[in-house]
Design a protein. Structure first.
Length: 470
C-alpha cells in the first residue's frame, strides 16, 4: 500500500521521565477500564450515584460531628464544606447537561448522546468538560481583560454559595439561617452582576445587548417572584427554611401550595418568574442565538464559557429547591411523616423512613422534577420578544401577585378560631386544592408514562437498536 504525504508534521508530543510514566499509567488504566465501562456502564453510573449519596450521608453523620467535637477551627470546617458543595454543583451540572441533551433529543424525535461512554452516552458531559478545559482561552483585544476574565466567576459564585443555606432535610443543611430565604434570594440576584460585566467587558454590541436584556428581565421579574413567595411566607410566619419545611410534614394536604387558592396560584407565578431568572425558554432572550449570535457570552470560549452554564444549572437547582421547600412539602413525601415512627429504631428503620416518608431523597426527587419541567418547556415553547416579556411581568404577573397578597392577607385574617364557619370552609377548600394538585400530578404522570411506553413509535425510524442502550 502506497504511503500518503501530508503537508503538516506530526505534532504528537512524546513524554519522557515522570510525565511519560504518568501518561503510560493513564493509557494502561484506559485499556483495562474502558471495556469494563462500556460493558457495565449502567451499573457504574447508578453505582456512582449511590456511592455519592452514601458518602454525603457518612460525612454529615460521622465526619462533621467528629470535627465539631475535636474543636477544629471553623475555617477548616467551612473549607471542607465549600469543597463538598463545589463538587456537588459540578457533578449536578454535568448530569443536567447530559440529561437536557437526552430530553431535547426525545422531544425532537432523536436519541441524543449515545456513543461516548457506552450506555446512552453517559460520559458525554465529562468529555465535553475535558474539551473545554483544553481549548484555547481567547480574550478580545478591545475588551477589558481583567473584567472579561472575572465575569464568569461573578456569575458562578453566587448560586454556588446559595447551596450553603439550602436545606436538603431537617438537619441536612450547612448553615441554618433565620433569614434563609432572603439570603438565597439575594444571592440569586447577584448573578446578574457577572452577566452585565461580561456583556460590557467583551466590547461587542451583541454581548452588550444580551447583558442589558438579562438585566432588564431579571430585575423586572424579581418583584413578582418575591411577592409570590410572600404569600406562603405569610402563612408560615417565618423565613427559616427548615422551619417552613418541618411544618409541612403532615402529608399532601398540609403542603403550603394547597393551603388556599392564593398560595396555589402563587406557586405558578413563582415558577414562571424562576424561568425568567434562570434565562430558560421562553425567556432565553439574553442568549438568543438567532438574534445575538450567543448573547452575553458570545466572546467566551473554553473553560470560562463552561463556567456560565455551570452557574445556570446551579441556579436552576436552587430555584427548584426554593419552590419545593416553600410550596411543595420540602423533603417530605405525600404521606404523613408521623407514620414512620411505627417503623421503630435503628439504622434500617431510619433508612426506610428516609426513603418512604421524609428525607433528602424526596427533596432531590422534587427538584429533579422541576428541572425536568424547565428542560421540557425550553424545547417546547418558542422565544418571546422583549416587549412581550416585560408586558407579562409588569401588566400581568405584578398586578396578579398584588391581588394574591391582598386576598391571602384577608384569608389568613378570617381563618382562625374566632370565625369557626370560615375556618371549616377554609379546611374544605384546602382539601379541594389538594385534590386539584393530585389530578394535575396524575395527568403529568399519565402523559409521561404514555410517552415512555410508546417511545419506539414516537421516535420512529431514528431508533437504531445497534446503539448501546437504544
Amino acid at each position: 500500500m502506497s504511503s500518503i504525504w501530508v503537508p503538516w508534521t506530526d505534532r504528537r508530543k512524546q513524554y519522557t521521565g515522570l510525565r511519560g510514566r504518568i501518561v503510560s499509567c493513564a493509557a494502561a488504566v484506559y485499556r483495562i477500564g474502558g471495556p469494563l465501562l462500556k460493558r457495565f456502564a449502567p451499573v457504574v453510573f447508578f453505582g456512582t450515584v449511590i456511592v455519592a449519596i452514601v458518602a454525603i450521608w457518612l460525612f454529615a453523620a460521622l465526619v462533621m460531628p467528629l470535627l465539631h467535637k475535636a474543636g477544629w477551627p471553623f475555617v477548616v470546617r467551612d473549607v471542607i464544606i465549600a469543597v463538598a458543595v463545589l463538587g456537588l454543583v459540578t457533578v449536578l451540572a454535568m448530569y443536567c447537561i447530559w440529561w437536557e441533551r437526552k430530553v431535547a433529543g426525545r422531544i425532537q424525535s432523536r436519541l441524543g448522546p449515545m456513543r461516548t461512554g457506552g450506555w446512552h452516552g453517559w460520559s458525554q458531559s465529562l468529555a465535553d468538560g475535558i474539551k473545554c478545559i483544553t481549548k484555547e482561552d481567547t480574550v478580545p483585544d478591545d475588551s477589558d481583560h481583567l473584567l472579561f476574565r472575572l465575569a464568569p466567576y461573578l456569575a458562578f459564585v453566587p448560586p454556588v454559595c446559595a447551596f450553603m443555606a439550602l436545606p436538603f432535610g431537617s438537619s441536612w443543611v450547612f448553615r441554618d439561617m433565620d433569614p434563609g430565604l432572603l439570603f438565597l434570594l439575594s444571592l440569586l440576584g447577584l448573578e446578574i452582576i457577572g452577566i452585565l460585566v461580561a456583556g460590557w467587558a467583551s466590547a461587542s454590541k451583541w454581548t452588550l445587548l444580551g447583558a442589558m436584556r438579562q438585566g432588564c428581565q431579571v430585575i423586572s421579574y424579581e418583584i413578582p417572584m418575591g411577592m409570590a413567595l410572600l404569600v406562603p411566607i405569610m402563612c408560615a410566619g417565618t423565613l427559616r427554611l427548615t422551619a417552613i419545611g418541618d411544618m409541612q410534614s403532615g402529608g399532601w394536604f398540609t403542603w403550603l401550595a394547597f393551603r388556599n387558592p392564593f398560595t396555589f396560584v402563587a406557586l405558578f407565578v413563582y415558577f414562571i418568574g424562576s424561568l425568567a431568572s434562570c434565562k430558560r425558554a421562553p425567556f432565553d432572550l439574553p442568549e438568543a442565538e438567532s438574534e445575538l449570535v450567543g448573547g452575553f457570552h458570545t466572546e467566551y470560549s473554553g473553560f470560562r464559557w463552561a463556567v456560565f452554564f455551570f452557574g445556570e444549572y446551579a441556579a436552576m437547582f436552587v430555584v427548584s429547591g426554593i419552590t419545593t421547600i416553600v410550596f411543595l412539602g420540602a423533603w417530605h413525601s405525600p404521606l404523613p411523616a408521623e407514620w414512620g415512627m411505627a417503623l421503630g429504631k435503628g439504622w434500617l428503620a431510619d433508612a426506610a423512613r428516609g426513603v418512604i416518608f421524609s428525607g433528602p431523597l424526596w427533596f432531590f426527587y422534587k427538584c429533579t422534577w422541576f428541572i425536568f419541567t424547565h428542560m421540557w418547556l425550553r424545547w417546547t415553547l418558542p422565544r418571546l420578544r422583549i416587549d412581550q416579556v416585560l408586558y407579562a411581568c409588569v401588566q400581568v404577573l405584578l398586578p396578579l401577585t398584588m391581588l394574591l397578597l391582598l386576598g391571602n392577607a384577608v384569608w389568613e385574617l378570617f381563618n382562625s378560631a374566632a370565625y369557626p364557619a370560615f375556618e371549616g370552609l377554609a379546611r374544605v377548600i384546602g382539601y379541594l386544592m389538594g385534590l386539584v394538585g393530585a389530578v394535575l400530578l396524575g395527568g403529568f404522570l399519565v402523559i409521561a408514562g404514555y410517552g415512555w411506553w410508546n417511545r419506539r413509535r414516537l421516535v420512529g425510524r431514528l431508533t437504531v437498536q445497534a446503539l448501546p442502550g437504544a
